[in-house]
Ligand binder design. Structure first.
Ligand SMILES: Cc1ncc(COP(=O)(O)O)c(C=O)c1O
Length: 356
């Protein structure tokens, strides 16, 4: 069993815990530049929410669901309290409905990637296998489960639709599952989503409202899968899981095509600007020759700097009041996208790190 990183019951760090970091470095909260998450710096404006929605127990919001079906282009979709809630539930769904002991079952996970997937499957007793490149038929056992984060967080690696469709066919023939976490897919053009294929019983697609819409606090996500799985997942959830105000805001956000297009364009422009700043700061000597062993990857919602001195840089940044995400492997720093104002602060903080 390949189990180098034991994720069981550890509290995973994902960025965003600014209170704790501010305390550790003894810098007041308001003096920090927080770029530790992959959440958009521009968020969907919160509409006025009717009082009744705050007062009532949450009910399934059909208008919101219709908007989600249109936005995601599928009928097979269900709302959840963040895609995280589905990640935590998929092992139980598998164990309740597939007649196989978990120990014999392999779950293939990206070696680098959002570690909550690994924690969920590991804690449920499944055998964890890591891949650097997508596993091929030659290495997959019957009933294998493959998790793909597309685009990957934090590497930004993007799998093409065609590649994943082929993997899905392989897993179908092995009676396995393909789980595609598309939390960051909204910024990818043209989209490489597999969500239109979820009538296939071997596919699950996860989507998040938190990242692209900049609304991580309202805890809404979606799962798309065959209706039989959607029904079973709903039975695993508890009543009133997704609150009414969150559903109301999401309905407006999913319908607002004009805002979505502007958001796409702004995030792409801001992420290109961030990448150029990171290239200028870390990737080239002043004589323009390339610096070895340093790469910059990512997508429209974050940029990741792979750097041999990532840990040292992280410390230095923290002493400056700049909070980025030190990746789990300690070999990279993920920068969230700064808006115009934060970009200026970042540029001046990074000025002293430029190569001479
Ligand atoms: C790849 C990935 N998937 C899923 C999630 C969970 O997001 P949410 O529960 O806000 O939808 C995250 C959060 O950072 C993530 O990075």
């Amino acid at each position: 069993m390949d189990n180098k990183n034991d994720q069981s019951s550890t509290l995973l760090v994902h960025g965003g815990q600014l209170n704790e970091v501010a305390q550790r470095y003894q810098i007041p909260l308001e003096q920090w530049l927080d770029l530790s998450t992959g959440i958009s710096p521009i968020s969907y404006p919160i509409p006025t929410i009717p009082a009744i929605i705050w007062q009532q127990l949450p009910q399934p919001n059909q208008a919101m669901l219709t908007a989600a079906k249109k936005y995601y282009g599928t009928e097979n979709i269900s709302v959840t309290s963040g895609s995280q809630a589905v990640i935590a539930r998929l092992p139980a769904l598998y164990l309740n409905h597939i007649n196989q002991p978990s120990k014999c079952l392999e779950v293939w996970l990206p070696e680098v990637g959002y570690k909550e997937h690994e924690r969920a499957w590991h804690d449920a007793g499944f055998t964890i296998k890591h891949y650097q490149h997508l596993p091929t038929r030659a290495v997959l056992s019957p009933n294998a489960i493959v998790v793909v984060i597309n685009p990957n967080n934090p590497t930004g690696e993007l799998q093409q639709q065609q590649t994943l469709t082929t993997l899905l066919t392989t897993l179908e023939s092995l009676s396995g599952w393909l789980i595609v976490d598309e939390a960051f897919m909204d910024v990818i053009t043209p989209s490489q989503s597999l969500i239109h294929l979820t009538l296939n019983k071997h596919l699950f697609v996860l989507r998040s409202i938190g990242k692209f819409f900049g609304l991580a606090g309202i805890r809404i996500g979606f799962v798309s899968a065959h209706p039989a799985w959607i029904n079973k997942l709903q039975k695993l959830s508890s009543p009133w899981e997704v609150n009414g105000p969150a559903q109301f805001i999401t309905e407006q956000a999913l319908k607002d095509k004009v805002w979505q297009l502007a958001q796409q364009q702004q995030l792409i422009a801001l992420s290109i600007k961030l990448e150029a700043l990171l290239v200028k700061t870390f990737l080239h000597h002043h004589d323009k020759s390339a610096v070895p062993n340093i790469t910059i990857t990512g997508c429209g919602l974050f940029k990741t700097l792979v750097h041999p001195q990532a840990t040292e840089l992280y410390q230095k940044f923290c002493y400056q009041g700049l909070y980025v995400r030190l990746c789990d492997e300690k070999n990279a720093l993920r920068f969230g996208i700064p808006d115009q104002e934060k970009y200026q602060i970042l540029a001046s903080l990074l000025a002293e790190h430029s190569h001479s």
